[in-house]
Ligand binder design. Structure first.
Ligand code: 5AD
Ligand code: FES
Length: 337
């Protein structure tokens, strides 16, 4: 899907980066991403770790390995840890809660973000009580018909939206989002996405290009474009001036300077990988993923350099949504941690 009007694009990106600067100055937030399991009970047609992909080499990190990743991240200055995984029944609510508690126990001033799929209201509540601060659950598309083209019948858009509303009700900072240029996506679907987001008012918005994975039903579908992704980032920045919006690894995969371009189109978050090197090559949602051979420290330095090169700098704070003050981070501010 392309709507070429290059002259206007730069104007749009400039307006979006001005909006980001008004809310955040020239700060970019880093989130350390721990991809702790690639087992998944779902079978989304676009995703490389779908249950039906027999070629995926499955792994799970142990609790100690996850905590070790957070130690490494903490020591290089990360104050947010994102635990991301497939929907893996091995990681029961008890196990997730215990991991969250342990991360927070020794690093009370950090933020923990979960990105582990659809759960019940009760489960979300337990995660929150264990200390999780934020939750990422991309809605993938807000259009019912399109949702059905991307997912098997066992999954429903209705439940996904319910989860997002439940998360907000509980008090999480909530992230939704979708892939730019996913198969069957039309401009009308993007309109539906925007209407849905205006209603949800997410604190975080994850947008990256769709990239085909060779072992999925969408292996022959064209990748989403850099330009469409950037335009969507910019439009969403203008609509949600205070949102936390990452320039994603997927954007860095389809364009060597994609993440820089994302920041210059209004994004203000980067999510360097903290996963241990021996599993990085296995957490492949799409083909060609960058940073699968690097160590945490390398990605950290690389990203800091990239941010500085375009005139921005990496923030030291944990980077909550500007409107979002709950008892936990209010306490952090008061005690100056
Ligand atoms: N290309 C790009 N993004 C993908 N995701 C899953 N598969 C792909 C793919 N092939 C995204 C989904 C998911 C997030 C974790 O990664 O939007 O929510
Ligand atoms: Fe990993 Fe650049 S971000 S090497």
């Amino acid at each position: 899907m392309e709507y070429a009007d290059e002259g206007n694009d730069e104007y749009l990106f400039e307006a979006a980066r001005d909006a980001a600067e008004r809310s955040f100055g020239k700060e970019v937030y880093l989130r350390g991403l721990v991809e702790f399991t690639n087992y998944c009970k779902n079978d989304c047609y676009y995703c490389g770790i779908r249950r039906g992909n027999a070629n995926a080499e499955r792994y799970r990190l142990t609790e100690d390995e996850i905590l070790f990743c957070c130690d490494v991240g903490w020591n290089i200055g990360f104050r947010t840890f994102v635990l991301q995984g497939g929907e893996d029944p091995f990681f029961t609510d008890d196990r997730i809660c215990q991991i969250v508690r342990k991360i927070k126990e020794t690093r009370p001033s950090c933020a923990v973000t979960l990105s582990i799929g659809e759960k019940s209201l009760e489960s979300f509540q337990r995660f929150y009580e264990a200390g999780a601060d934020r939750y990422l659950l991309r809605h993938e598309t807000a259009n019912e018909w399109h949702y059905g083209k991307l997912h098997p019948a066992s999954m429903s858009m209705e439940n996904r939206k319910k989860c997002l509303h439940d998360l907000k009700k509980i008090g999480f900072q909530v992230g939704c989002g979708f892939m730019a240029g996913s198969p069957f996506q039309t401009i009308d679907h993007l309109y539906d996405d925007i209407v849905f987001m205006r209603e949800l008012e997410p604190h975080m918005i994850g947008i990256g290009p769709f990239i085909a994975h060779r072992d999925t039903p969408f292996k022959d579908e064209p990748d989403g474009s850099v330009n469409l992704t950037l335009k969507l980032l910019a439009i969403l920045r203008l609509l949600f001036p205070k949102a936390l919006i990452p320039a994603t690894t997927a954007l860095g995969t389809i364009d060597a300077l994609g993440r820089e371009k994302g920041i210059l189109a209004g994004a203000n978050v980067l999510m360097p990988n903290l996963s241990p090197p021996h599993v990085r090559r296995k957490y492949l949602l799409y083909d060609g993923k960058i940073c699968t051979g690097e160590e945490a420290a390398e990605c950290n330095m690389c990203l800091r350099r990239r941010v500085e090169r375009i005139g921005y700098h990496v923030a030291d704070s944990r980077g909550d949504h500007p409107d979002f003050v709950n008892e936990r981070n209010e306490h952090d501010v008061e005690s100056g941690i």
